[in-house]
Design a protein around this ligand. Structure first.
Ligand code: ATP
Length: 290
């Protein structure tokens, strides 16, 4: 079995443009990798299949598709296509998940990134980082960042990446909302609320604002997400003295601090209130072979 892993992410800053004729949205994203990661092992099989385990509640793991719609399988087929393999060897994927599912934390994208790296080795393709990132961009907007990790500016749909110098490590508490919210639904509401888009900041200002702390948490999708799930406002304000931010299209709300003790206390308070909360940190690693 060949293994690789890739990180979950936050969007520390996320502005979204108007719906484009190709059906996508341009974004200005400051991506940040997290210490929680997905690990994917690959081995040949007589059919495409995915086995999922992890540090997550069973109800979360049950949300992951086990068939060919799983992003690991989608990534494998895109890789085969790129490499000119017309009849790829079906594979079994063993996925160990730390990143919550359908949460705005790029869990599926991290699986896809780890699968690409593992298969590059298993199939002895020898693709370099630039080639792998090209394949990744065909699988999903967040997959190239899942390969890269660290802190990065994402433009176009998020696939055009500029690596930024690492920010000081931050403590992060993730409030994994019990309410579902589909990415498609949030973007559709965004289009109704912002027909001209919401790309306001110059990317350089977005980066300096995040570095200064003042722009952390700006997210064009907050208003549409709240209009669909008003209880998100309550979740943002569950901890006294701080306000949580939405990651990507949500529904995860994240809280940041420099204090390990503070974050540990917040995680405990949210758990005491009956929520599924994870204490993690920001991290500089991208996808890595194991
Ligand atoms: P993003 O932030 O990239 O929009 P997300 O973190 O919100 O993604 P994912 O965990 O990637 O959400 O899951 C979104 C949906 O994708 C799930 O509801 C699931 O049906 C589907 N999916 C496909 N492959 C996977 C995978 N390997 N892991 C998790 N979900 C997957």
């Amino acid at each position: 079995m060949i293994y690789a892993s890739a990180p979950g992410k936050l969007n520390l800053f996320f502005e979204v443009g108007a719906l484009r004729p190709d059906g996508y949205h341009s974004v200005t994203s400051v991506y940040q990798a997290l210490a929680i990661r997905q690990t994917v092992g690959v081995e040949p099989s007589n059919k495409w299949e995915v086995i999922t385990q992890g540090d997550l509640p069973q109800a979360q793991l049950d949300l992951v598709p086990k068939d060919e719609t799983n992003l690991s399988v989608v990534a494998a087929k895109a890789l085969a296509d790129f490499a000119g393999i017309s009849n790829p060897q079906p594979m079994r994927f063993h996925t160990f998940k730390q990143v919550p599912v359908a949460a705005g934390l790029a869990g599926g994208s991290a699986d896809a990134a780890a699968a690409l790296l593992a298969l590059n080795s298993a199939w002895e393709l020898g693709l370099d980082d630039v080639q792998l990132r090209k394949v990744a961009s065909k699988v999903g907007s967040d997959v190239p960042f899942s390969l890269l990790g660290g802190t990065a500016l994402g433009l176009d749909t998020g696939i055009e990446l500029e690596k930024l110098s690492d920010l000081p490590t931050m403590q992060v508490v993730l409030l994994v909302s019990p309410i579902g919210l589909s990415t498609k639904e949030v973007f559709a509401r965004f289009d109704e609320l912002f027909p001209d888009g919401d790309l306001v900041a110059d990317p350089a200002d977005a980066i300096s604002g995040v570095r200064a702390g003042s722009k952390i948490g700006k997210n064009s999708l907050l208003e549409p997400a709240i209009s669909l799930r008003p209880e998100l406002v309550e979740f943002q304000n569950l901890l006294p003295g701080t306000v949580g931010h939405l990651s990507g299209s949500g529904p995860t709300i994240y809280f940041v601090t420099n204090s390990v003790q503070q974050a540990s206390d917040w995680q405990q308070q949210l758990s005491d209130l009956g929520h599924f909360a994870i204490h993690t940190t920001t991290a500089s690693h991208g996808a890595e072979a194991q």
